[in-house]
Design a protein around this ligand. Structure first.
Ligand code: ATP
Ligand code: MG
Length: 201
């Protein structure tokens, strides 16, 4: 069983994430892609990140219609900051027979050697760096047999831009799935001056 792993803050999840996951699923013949929203993101503490439950639920809404897409709570249920090594260890423990393919933006891939336990990362998973067409990963020092680049067409969409648009009362229709537009409006996420609490579970 070949299992793609798409980690992210997903604040909010957008069509760039979904196109990337779908593209990699097809090209690498993955049986399933599991989206894993982060817990407290250790690289993003410079800004307030939406409550994990909101990011988890938006990810569920966005992926619900694809039979090959699932969502995992491993990172949001683990206390403390999320490290990819822990994500992969937990998923390997849950699904010992699955071959793991970690999908990540090439921006993050370039920093991967600075991640916690970089050597073990490459033992646990194959890494797929998604790039915009034409990107070249030069002299990265990454192990060539464990890292593959995949071009995806919707790389210009970012969560940062989606949040900024909502704050300016500009549309995010077609950048994120319809259900995510509605979820953001329902809980007033990202609107200026309205911190939203997590929905009750
Ligand atoms: P932010 O703008 O807050 O950094 P983001 O849009 O980069 O958010 P993340 O949740 O940080 O979204 O990204 C999760 C993963 O998806 C990362 O590996 C990131 O590189 C990748 N990614 C982000 N945007 C795209 C996109 N448009 N196409 C493909 N992959 C993307
Ligand atoms: Mg990012």
């Amino acid at each position: 069983m070949r299992l793609g792993v798409m980690g992210g803050t997903f604040d909010p999840i957008h069509h760039g994430h979904l196109v990337a996951a779908s593209e990699v699923q097809t090209r690498f013949g993955l049986d399933e892609v599991v989206f894993v929203p982060t817990g407290q993101p250790w690289q993003k503490d410079e800004r307030e990140v939406s409550a994990p439950e909101h990011r988890y639920l938006m990810t569920v809404v966005a992926t619900a219609s694809n039979p090959r897409f699932t969502v995992s709570r491993v990172d949001i249920e683990r206390p403390g900051p999320t490290y990819t090594i822990d994500t992969l260890r937990d998923l390997h423990h849950e699904r010992p027979d699955a071959e793991l393919f970690f999908i990540t933006g090439a921006d993050a891939l370039a920093q991967i050697l600075s991640w916690k336990d970089a050597d073990e990362l490459f033992e646990l998973a194959h890494f797929i760096g998604v790039t915009r067409p034409g990107y070249v990963l030069s002299e990265s020092g990454l192990p060539a047999d464990r890292v593959t680049l995949q071009e995806v067409p919707a790389m210009a969409i970012s969560s940062t831009d989606c949040r900024a648009r909502v704050e300016r009362a500009e549309p995010v229709w077609y950048l994120v799935p319809d259900g995510v537009v509605q979820y953001v409006n329902k809980y007033r996420l990202y609107a200026a001056g309205s911190p939203a609490g997590a929905p009750a579970r």
